[in-house]
Write a protein that binds this ligand. Sequence first.
Ligand SMILES: [Fe+2]
Ligand SMILES: [Fe+2]
Length: 227
Amino acid sequence: MDFTVRRPQEVIGRYGRVLDYMARAELEVERNVRELDVLMPEPPELDQYFYRQVWGPQELQHGLILDQLQAELGLPKSAPNVSTVPLKLRVLGGIAHLAAIQDVVRMLYYLTGMTTERSAVLAYQHLYEGLLSMGEDAIAVTAVAPIRRQEPGHYAYYQMSARELWARLTPWQQWLTRRLRSISFAPVGANSPQELRQVGEMMLAFDIRRRGEIDEFARSVARSEAG
Ligand SMILES: [Fe+2]
Ligand SMILES: [Fe+2]
């Protein structure tokens, strides 16, 4: 492990805010796991295994690595919200015990997972390339590369699950999924205007507009919507 930063001020200037957002989003998986327990009273064994044994621990590790990087840069640790489950989710959880609704909720879970993991894949790719281009090889390789390697697997799990479940939903369940999806979509870690601004800042820091990858973001969301 080598967290040597050659020019801390330049890294902070370019990625300081981004790191804070990414670390927070990663560490908030602790709350996300709690939300999943509310949302899916009887989750399939495979899902439960995935989010408790694979996804949860891996994302937590990502958060800890990013926090360590922030400490190395002299930045404060992130302040994740790990306890407050939003009302929206609790309402959905309240009706999720109905079998027909449970499948819709699971579908929403997979689609949200696809969208956020796809964003994570792109974000870490940018961060990795950006740090390399700044000559910050040590942290690119030590901190970012291991995270970047794990995100595509998360995306693949949700994509596979979404495809499989979508094919088994009845037309009205598919309709309900689309309706709920269109009114409830928000980027991960963006539950307030302040947090949403951080997502915008991340896109700017990665120069996503210039690289035409705002389209990729939009496509990944649209792909999820379409199932
Ligand atoms: Fe992650
Ligand atoms: Fe992930």
